[in-house]
Design a protein around this ligand. Structure first.
Ligand code: MEV
Length: 437
């Protein structure tokens, strides 16, 4: 049985790998070779990646693909997408092409306000904490003058502080709810630094406040942290065209629009469907978020909370048909950064931004929302016409063939064969075995 290890982070990379191989990989030299195969030959580049996290032992590749032909607000984009799921980039490309001659996508940012909270305990009189807050609010704001000097110069910074009484939900629970504009930065570090500074000042000023002293009841800071729930940082993307132009896969436009609208209505009604529906949207969103070095966990958490904002988990997209015009749109919260974090560090992220013609955060919000909408369009389009497996299985076939080191000619033969036959792991393996006899 492996023993706990002390001072692991202080070991060199080679020592960490040796420890791992001895303790968990049965001294397997093949494992060692695999780990080292993924090292980059360029030592400086490898060191850069090593330093992103603690205890890096190797790199983990994900495909970086391109989905071209995205017409967004009348400008053509090729979207960089990082994703492991075989059909996602193909689906994005198909949706982009479908809308290319129908006016493309339009997108607009609705708002860009981010937020964070200082979570407080206070068991004294409600009036006392309100009086205190009103009295010290200017000083609390002044406490972050130095921190927000540069952000303010660029037009951002703290917007407001509000005291929230949440004692109905949890005894003694108050918040200082802070709102921020962080411009092109995702803003997590900025917001958290501001909150921690303000929180410290709350405790200092609280200790001197007469009401608190008189009653021996002081506000206590539990924690200070930004919120990844950003319903005031949202973007809307849309496609629209006459119904007759929607005819595809042998289905007329009106039938397609009716079934498509129904599919969205089902996702708005049935959470079991909504989760899968929104998962498909996140296929597109996450791929862009990863390519641009943003935090996909933050986006995921915020988006799903938004999908449940009415107390019922539902679709992030909506569809309507009015006067024979089909409209399909998405509204999502996306707190994104185009400066700071990995954006200035990771060479592939820099390249992704170059490919996107160096968008600012608002433009990136629009592009990412479009990627989500496009992905949902592609999924629903398949689902209500030919079914999802046709496209999925084409890519799945390639993965199985690669797993068995199929040659170029074997791949060609298998692709032709499986146009007429159902793809399954077993059927592909037996086809290859037959071929190789
Ligand atoms: C698969 O990754 C995504 C889909 O399931 C989305 C959907 O069902 O809408 C195809």
């Amino acid at each position: 049985m492996a023993q706990p290890v002390l001072g692991f982070s202080k070991k060199t990379k080679e020592e960490k790998i040796a420890w791992l191989v001895t303790n968990y990989l049965h001294n397997d030299t093949a494992a060692l070779t695999t780990l080292k195969t993924y090292w980059n030959d360029d030592t400086a580049l490898q060191n850069l990646h090593d330093d992103f996290i603690e205890n890096t032992i190797t790199n983990y590749y994900l495909p970086f693909g391109i989905a071209p032909n995205f017409l967004i607000n009348e400008k053509l984009f090729a979207l960089p997408m990082v994703i492991e799921e075989s059909s996602v980039v193909a689906a994005a490309g198909n949706a982009a092409k479908f809308w290319l001659d129908k006016g493309g996508f339009t997108a607009e940012v609705i708002s860009t306000t981010k937020n964070g909270q200082i979570h407080l305990n206070f068991y004294g009189e409600n009036d006392h904490i309100h009086d205190f807050f009103d009295h010290v609010k200017p000083e609390l704001i002044a406490s972050i003058d130095a921190l927000q000097k540069n952000m303010k110069k660029r037009g951002g910074g703290l917007i407001d502080l509000k005291l929230v009484d949440a004692t109905q939900q949890l005894k003694g629970y108050y918040q200082i709810h802070a709102t921020f504009e962080t411009l092109d930065a995702m803003g997590a570090n900025f917001i958290n630094s501001c909150l921690e500074t303000i929180a410290k000042r709350v405790e200092e000023l609280g200790a001197q406040h007469q009401h608190f002293i008189a009653t021996n009841s002081y506000p206590e800071v539990v924690m200070s942290i930004l919120s990844n729930y950003v319903p005031e940082c949202t973007v809307r993307a849309q496609v629209s065209c006459p119904v007759e132009k929607l005819a595809n896969n042998g289905m007329d436009g009106a039938t397609f629009a009716r079934k498509f609208e129904r599919a969205v209505a089902i996702a708005n009604t049935e959470p079991r469907r909504a989760v899968t529906h929104n998962k498909g949207i996140m296929n597109g969103i996450d791929a862009l978020i990863l390519a641009t070095g943003n935090d996909f966990r933050a986006i995921e958490a915020g988006v799903h909370a938004y999908a449940a904002r009415d107390g019922h988990y539902k679709s992030l997209t909506n569809a309507s048909v009015e006067n024979d015009i089909f409209t399909f749109w998405i509204e999502v919260p996306l707190a994104l950064g185009t400066v700071g974090g990995l954006t200035n560090l990771h060479p592939m992220v820099k390249l992704a931004f170059d490919m996107l013609q160096r968008p600012n955060a608002k433009e990136l919000m629009q592009i990412v929302a479009v990627a989500g909408l496009a992905q949902n369009f592609a999924a629903l389009r398949s689902l209500v016409t030919v079914g999802i497996q046709k496209g999925h299985m084409k890519m799945h076939l390639m993965n199985i063939l690669n797993q068995f080191d199929a040659s170029k000619s074997e791949k060609e033969k298998a692709t032709a064969h499986f146009q007429e036959h159902a793809v399954s792991h077993a059927s592909v393996v037996s086809y290859l075995e037959e071929l190789r006899k």
